[in-house]
Write a protein that binds this ligand. Structure first.
Ligand code: SAM
Length: 232
């Protein structure tokens, strides 16, 4: 191993005030988005991350954190209008639900999460950010558990087989409601395929594409995109 002289080594980083552990983040696997990590120094992997005036408690050894999505987290929070009902189908520890509840004025956010570890952090984060009156956490599969509410906005912040959940999302959406649909997609068809999938799932309903964004590079030749679509 070549050790560059001026680059601080993990053990040295522990001397920086506030740094107790140094980890190397690896891949994130499976439906429950469980991370692979390597602990380089220290041993405490539970932390509280502060971002945009929101607090996120999590154990980086057990649940994922995507630092590349911070702009998207704040963008979505700023789009939510007063009194909207929002359904977050893949809530995780509250990546989107918490900033929405902190920075906007929805009437309710239903946050559904399948991974019990992430769900428990979601519940802790709701308390930590004092948004108990706004967010209702639900443990389970959003395919089965989507509440029988009429949503003004549905967040689909998951990449994998997200398109399999489009029908469900559209079913619970009010007329002229908005979905934020995420997909990992080859660069060459980066907006074409997700938009096509949304239109197919919407069947006879008119679809207005309000925005399309590349969130980040996912792997070589593949990007993570989000499409904002109004279903009329
Ligand atoms: C990728 S994470 C959320 C990432 C987040 N959107 C971000 O930007 O950082 C997606 C979450 O969806 C959860 N999940 C996956 N399939 C699910 C399902 N069918 N129902 C509910 N939650 C699900 C996973 O456990 C995971 O916590």
């Amino acid at each position: 191993m070549i050790v560059k002289k001026d680059v601080p080594q993990p053990e040295e980083l522990l001397l920086v005030p506030g740094v107790k552990t140094v980890v190397k983040l690896g891949t994130i696997n499976g439906l429950k988005r469980e991370p692979q990590i390597e602990i380089l120094a220290g041993n405490k992997t539970e932390t509280i991350h502060k971002e945009n005036k929101c607090y996120y408690k999590l154990d980086v050894a057990k649940v994922m954190w995507s630092k590349g999505n911070s702009t998207e987290r704040m963008r979505i929070a700023q789009l939510v209008e007063d009194n909207e009902v929002v359904v977050d189908m893949f809530a995780g520890i509250g990546y989107f639900s918490i900033p929405i509840a902190r920075h906007s004025k929805p009437s309710k956010v239903y946050s559904i999460e399948i991974n019990p570890v992430s769900y428990n952090y979601l519940c802790e984060n709701i308390k930590l950010n004092r948004v108990e009156d706004i967010i209702k956490p639900i443990l389970g599969n959003c395919k089965d558990l989507c509440p029988s509410v009429n949503a003004d906005r549905v967040l689909m912040g998951y990449i994998g087989d997200t398109h399999d959940y489009l029908e469900k999302a559209i079913k619970i959406l009010n007329k002229d409601g908005i979905i934020h649909y995420h997909e990992s997609v080859p660069d060459k068809i980066k907006f074409k395929r997700p938009i096509q999938r949304i239109k197919e799932a919407a069947q006879d309903n008119e679809v207005n594409i309000l925005n399309r964004r590349v969130i980040k590079k996912y792997s070589p030749g593949v990007c993570h995109v989000v499409i904002d679509a109004e279903i009329c």
